[in-house]
Design a protein around this ligand. Sequence first.
Ligand code: ATP
Ligand code: MG
Length: 317
Amino acid sequence: MALIEIRDLKIHYPIRSGFFNRVTDHVLAVDGINFDIEEGETYGLIGESGSGKSTTGKAIVGLEKATSGQILYKGEDVTKPRNRKKLQYNRDVQMIFQDSLSSLNPKKRIKDIIAEPIRNFEHLAPADETKRVQELLDIVGMPADAMYKYPHEFSGGQRQRIGIARAVSTNPKLIVADEPVSALDLSVQAQVLNFMKEIQKEFNISYLFISHDLGVVKHMCRNMAIMTRGRFVEVGTREDIYQHPQHIYTQRLLSAIPKITPASRMIDKSNRKRVEALYQEESSKYYGPDGKVLDLKQVSPTHSVAIQDPVVEGGQS
Ligand SMILES: Nc1ncnc2c1ncn2[C@@H]1O[C@H](COP(=O)(O)OP(=O)(O)OP(=O)(O)O)[C@@H](O)[C@H]1O
Ligand SMILES: [Mg+2]
């Protein structure tokens, strides 16, 4: 059994309008997605802006209510508050946000920021709490005196490490990391990602790693889903997605990864043009008449694609 199983999850936001402020329509932010995250695994959730990634992450940590579907944690449905309490779900599942400046309270010292989740769940004596905060800062490579400072006194990368220390303070089993490095420079990105990996190994944490950047996800995740318009267009292993992408949306995202050498940049440019033209021409093959992403079809034991006639891998159809 996977640590967490998402079953046909939907999150629809009502749109209200008119004099009576009636609900006239819905934004289908998440519209029927399924995936599992194993213990100690990093699962990638990739898509462009507005595709429903953050809404999915927020629903998993309980910041957003599911319209329908299930979120199973250790086999029990945690969309039901009773189960969440029983399983200590709010303690076991934490979140890291993209924007560390607005997600860390500017008026609080680092010590209080990091200790807040601990205070919610444990009653430590002040000296023990200080010791624990010190250990957590050490885990993310920050000096102990950082605890007496305020968020604005740190760089973006340091703040993100403080966010990680806060998230791991309750010894969580799962961390939803929503674009954790998107706001950082490339060199700082690598540093923060390495911390995340080290912590994962040490504490056997699972991550839901949310990103719009296929380049970053490649280094973090063995399994992943590509999302657009609230649905998954392609699901598979790293190899399935990067070596054998079948959905035009995935191909388009892949062609947008910047290349390093000038020669590969030239090939890249023509490839990007080709994929873009294909996307415009053939989108009817990939989406329903109403623009909805089609249902996923399995093309190998690990790989599924949302197209009408996918190429079945491994020879058998
Ligand atoms: N509270 C809300 N009320 C109404 N619509 C919302 C709300 N939150 C999000 N949405 C809509 O749901 C859709 C998905 O939003 P979401 O924030 O999940 O996207 P995202 O994939 O995280 O995008 P980004 O990469 O920009 O962070 C968008 O169309 C957004 O406008
Ligand atoms: Mg988002």
